[in-house]
Design a protein around this ligand. Sequence first.
Ligand SMILES: Cc1cc2nc3c(=O)[nH]c(=O)nc-3n(C[C@H](O)[C@H](O)[C@H](O)COP(=O)(O)OP(=O)(O)OC[C@H]3O[C@@H](n4cnc5c(N)ncnc54)[C@H](O)[C@@H]3O)c2cc1C
Length: 289
Amino acid sequence: MAENRTGRNIFAPKSVSELLSIKQQHPDTLLWAGGTALMRQQNIHPSFSKDIIQLSGIRELKKIRRTERYLEIGACVPIKKILNVGQHVLPFALSEALRSIAPPHIRNRATLGGNLCCRSRRLNTYSVLILMDAILEIRKSGKSRWVGLNRLFTRKGKDSIQDNEVVTRIRIPLNVWNLQYFTAVGDPFYDPFNAISFSLLMETHKGLISQVRFAVGNIGKTIVRSIDFESYLTEKKLKLRPKEIDNAVEYFKKAMEQTEVLTSFQKERTIRFILWFLHELRDYNLFTE
Ligand SMILES: Cc1cc2nc3c(=O)[nH]c(=O)nc-3n(C[C@H](O)[C@H](O)[C@H](O)COP(=O)(O)OP(=O)(O)OC[C@H]3O[C@@H](n4cnc5c(N)ncnc54)[C@H](O)[C@@H]3O)c2cc1C
């Protein structure tokens, strides 16, 4: 155990069992994966008031595994490694979301676990991984559980990780979404009222939309999704009629009226994005199949 400049203890476990035992004995410690989100917030809310557990020395948390049905990523695999190792297997929308995180040199340290577990706001991979039905392994000394990412935070943004628990793996089902898209603009820390991301997954068959999922993220403690919008588009032809586009937009507008997480600028951007992609559905080239 070392001490940092503020006199706080720094634990540096080398295995998951050592980590869980430290967390059990010192539940009020701060988990430090890459530290990049913590440092970004530090500029906004200065000073760490807790002892720290550094996760970077734990090799078990840095593994990537692929089966026929899913991709499993250790919570502390750096984003850059995920992009390199998974370049042929990563779903397109996820790889775009990973690429949108921070400048490239930060991605050497930044981890997927840290991106998903940021308490203050939902970051770039959160909405796309919710749409993909990702689940997380959460462990504490002597116990482990799997939780859907959609249940990691409540609608008010409270997380469901107990003080003695750690996220260890992220499992992503490899479903066949033949149209995928992700884009993000703005800095989620310094420009939260303008920063926004759009995630879209679609399954199509013979010119019909069989399934669609769409989420607006990066806007605070929760994401915006409309089940009515998604059901309305299901079974429609890809070449939507103008009236169908108008109806779909109205469904999403209703969902946005029921949430306070979007600024009027973000709402306007969302409508423009929806209009764009519904029109562009006629042209597959804009998406990766
Ligand atoms: C210049 C700069 C620009 C950035 N731009 C973006 C951006 O555009 N989009 C974006 O999404 N992010 C951005 N970030 C933030 C950050 O780089 C990423 O979100 C990164 O993925 C966070 O990972 P980390 O390992 O550094 O997390 P950390 O900072 O180590 O941790 C983040 C939070 O998660 C908790 N945590 C970490 N690991 C675990 C675990 N295994 N179990 C439970 N809790 C855990 C920590 O305690 C902390 O609360 C930026 C950062 C910088 C410095």
